[in-house]
Design a protein around this ligand. Structure first.
Ligand code: DX5
Ligand code: ZN
Length: 232
């Protein structure tokens, strides 16, 4: 099957909050496709991060679409809030959602694209019966909660398995990768079948380079991987 297009997502949690408008302008002119909003509730993950307020503020400075990653317990409580705040894509964790099919169907009903995230330890097979309900699968490359962590190697195999699973069902579902999406790791992720890349401190916001250079190198790394065949 033909692969879905490459999309670059910038992790807003890694921006400079003292100069947020400056970073948003730089991301937009560098040609990123999405702003990735990490929401953490201090319960599902042991940390706190972004909120609907920061989404509303960001939307005053940019027209970039928002993809929202809810690292939140029982996310079904907040779907309307995040869609009203501007989520074009709304991603919930499989591990946090008891009635996952209902939650995905409600996200679509609210007019957003529906995404599911899997922690490194969670099997793809937990999604066997909801594949048709998913617009985007987010495969975590690290255990969620903190920036600057190292890739869990088995997560690469999971990308390849997910792409085979979607191909076998005739689905061109987007596969997003998040966590340690570095210039060195991205070609492997792309050749395994990922097409949405979340750039954080490992790439777009790497100290010592500009946002524009980070975005250019991340996109080039993804395109390089596209052309390579996957092997473990
Ligand atoms: C996941 C992280 C990532 C973020 C980190 O919990 O919050 O969403 O993109 O990027 P890196 O790993 O490059 O610092
Ligand atoms: Zn994320």
């Amino acid at each position: 099957m033909s692969q879905p297009p490459i999309r670059i997502c910038a992790s807003l949690a890694c921006a400079d909050f003292l100069h947020l408008e400056r970073d948003l302008v730089a991301l937009e002119s560098a040609g990123v496709d999405y702003l990735h909003i990490d929401v953490m509730d201090g319960c599902f993950v042991p940390n706190f991060a972004l909120s609907p307020d920061i989404m509303r503020a960001a939307r005053r400075a940019t027209t970039l679409p928002l993809d929202v990653h809810l690292m939140v317990a029982r996310p079904e409580r907040y779907l309307e809030t995040f869609v009203e705040a501007g989520s074009g894509i709304l991603v919930v964790h499989q591990e946090a959602s008891v009635h996952l099919q209902r939650t995905l169907s409600r996200i679509r009903g609210l007019g957003a694209r529906a995404g599911v995230a899997l922690n490194p330890a969670t099997s793809l097979h937990t999604l066997d019966y909801v594949l048709e309900d998913i617009d985007l699968l987010l495969i975590m490359m690290v255990n969620p909660g903190f920036v600057g962590q190292k890739l869990v190697p088995s997560a690469l195999t999971k990308i390849a398995d997910a792409r085979s699973m979607f191909d076998a069902r005739g689905l061109a579902t987007d596969i997003q990768v998040d966590g340690n999406v570095s210039f060195a790791n991205v070609p492997h992720m792309a050749s395994a079948g990922a097409n949405f890349f979340v750039g954080g401190t490992s790439s777009i916001f790497q100290p010592g380079i500009t946002i524009s250079e980070g975005v250019r190198r991340l996109r080039a790394a993804a395109e390089k991987g596209r052309g390579a065949s996957w092997r473990q």
